[in-house]
Design a protein. Structure first.
Length: 292
């Protein structure tokens, strides 16, 4: 049996994203299995698992907006920016009130430049930043543009602050807490994190690893099309699907009114299944990813 599709998994705290993938892979061997959007062991929540041909679509899921509930402890700092590192209490830090927090959150909403944490998987001269940081080297990563669509105070009782966050791909929630605290003249460490959604994959529809077995993993497989639902769709007949399958272009169909900003569209067969990702070039649609 050929396995292909997506699984909305609820990763529990204490488990690495790689271990979560392995929980799925054990029931789907020898199919290829990967994940979109790493969650640290401290964090829990939505982890989208791609299976089979759908692993070619991971970057589309990773690009989707993400939602989190993050909890932070003010008045302390750590090398990892969360409680997993060495936590140091500040001496007599300021105690911001709710209005202070809301004003600082408003300043961090929208497009911002964010400096990623030293303990991150980003590469510096071919090595992971966290490997360099663990070796005692000073790691200073360049700020990167991210967008914070929503930053709401869910609960605040000093020193504990809980935020509901909606943000673009590439945002580090630990660093968002760091910068929010710095805007109030103090520091913060992240104590808990739940990813409540990736795009249209919500937490309340996710399954736990222990709920999976040889039968339920099949029932939990979602169509690959869910990964590219934001792309314009074009239904192709057998002749055009055959050309696409051989890496050949097809004329742009008259019913395809638009393509994505990247010039892409999703080709589906008559059963509504994703067959390929197409790219518009010189008035023709060329296959960039074949999934049939």
């Amino acid at each position: 049996m050929t396995h292909s599709g997506l699984i909305n998994l609820h990763k529990p705290p204490g488990m690495t994203s790689r271990e979560a993938v392995d929980c799925v892979k054990r029931w789907l061997r020898p199919a290829k299995v990967g994940h979109a959007g790493t969650l640290d062991p401290l964090a829990s929540g939505v982890l989208v698992i791609a299976v089979g041909a759908a692993t070619r679509l991971i970057e589309y899921v990773q690009a989707m907006p993400k939602q989190y509930t993050g909890t932070f402890l003010l008045g302390r700092e750590s090398d990892t920016e969360d409680i997993e590192g060495v936590v140091r209490m500040l001496h007599d830090p300021p105690r911001p009130n709710l209005d202070d927090v809301r004003r600082a959150a408003a300043r961090l909403t929208g497009p911002i430049e964010q400096r990623p944490p030293a303990f991150s998987a980003l590469k510096v001269k071919g090595r992971r930043a966290y490997d360099l940081a663990r070796a005692g080297e000073t790691v200073e990563l360049a700020p990167r543009p991210v967008t914070i669509y929503r930053l709401d105070v869910k609960r605040f009782e000093y020193p504990e602050l809980t935020l509901d966050i909606e943000c673009s791909s590439g945002t580090y929630i630990r660093s968002l807490g760091r910068d929010l605290a710095a805007a109030m003249g103090t520091a913060a460490v992240m104590s808990a994190l739940v990813r409540t959604a990736i795009g249209s994959f919500p937490l309340d529809e996710a399954c736990l690893p222990e709920e999976l077995n040889r039968q339920t993993v099949q029932e939990r497989l979602l169509p690959s099309l869910r990964a590219v639902e934001a792309l314009p769709h074009v239904e192709l007949g057998d002749e055009h699907l055959s050309r696409i399958g051989h890496g050949l272009p097809i004329p742009r169909p008259a019913d395809l009114q638009a393509v994505s900003p990247a010039g892409e569209a999703a080709a589906i067969n008559r059963n509504g299944e994703l067959a390929a990702i197409l790219s518009l070039r010189d008035g023709q649609l060329w296959p960039v990813r074949n999934l049939a």
